[in-house]
Ligand binder design. Structure first.
Ligand code: ZN
Length: 194
């Protein structure tokens, strides 16, 4: 008998699965949780390419990204964070899910400073100054043009995720290095008998 110790973060929890309009398609018959890349992975520092065509492969990736974001749990995820260099982000704020293709900030106003963290920098948080209000243009999962006007948390998350597509992390935008905090992610030991 061999005993193997595996570690997993205790904060991981499974959010109840909710039925969304797109769950009725054949591509939503199962959940797919993708591994999230952490700092040090080159995809996090590389500019993602524009998506030329929104096809079923892009839609499947967007759906997998929503599952991955919810499982983490997080409020936003960019394709770079799952190692895919395409301009795709997913965001869930106030129970509204945004699946955005080629998102672009076309207008920004004001300033807000808030505490940010990132699934790709586990345990780290810091104060970041962002625009208070933004307007973003993107395409939706059907390829249709979409305009998102956001403020508060939604505006912060959109700016954070769009930064990821350009290889920019929140630690690049800290109001001061002194605001950077690190709190180790709790781990628990799980015994697996083979
Ligand atoms: Zn992030």
């Amino acid at each position: 008998m061999t005993v193997v110790f595996a570690f997993r973060p205790t904060r991981t929890r499974y959010t109840p699965f909710r039925i969304e309009p797109w769950d009725t398609t054949i591509w939503r018959l199962y959940l797919a949780i993708l591994p999230i890349k952490v700092v040090g992975h080159p995809a996090l520092r590389t500019k993602a390419k524009k998506v030329a065509k929104v096809d079923r492969h892009v839609q499947k990736l967007l759906d997998d990204m929503v599952d991955t974001m919810r499982e983490a749990p997080g409020v936003g995820l960019a394709a770079n964070q799952v190692g895919v260099l395409q301009r795709l982000i997913v965001v869930e704020v106030d129970q509204v899910v945004y699946q955005l293709v080629n998102p672009e900030i076309v207008q920004s106003d004001g300033e807000q400073v808030s505490e940010e963290g990132c699934l790709s920098l586990p345990g780290y948080s810091g104060a970041v100054a962002r625009a208070a209000k933004v307007v973003a243009h993107a395409r939706d999962r059907q390829g249709k043009l979409l305009k998102v006007a956001a403020e508060g948390l939604l505006a912060v998350v959109l700016q954070h995720e769009i930064d990821h597509l350009d290889g920019v992390l929140f630690v690049d935008r800290l109001v001061s290095l002194a605001s950077l905090r690190y709190q180790p992610v709790d781990v628990e030991v799980q015994e697996i008998k083979l």
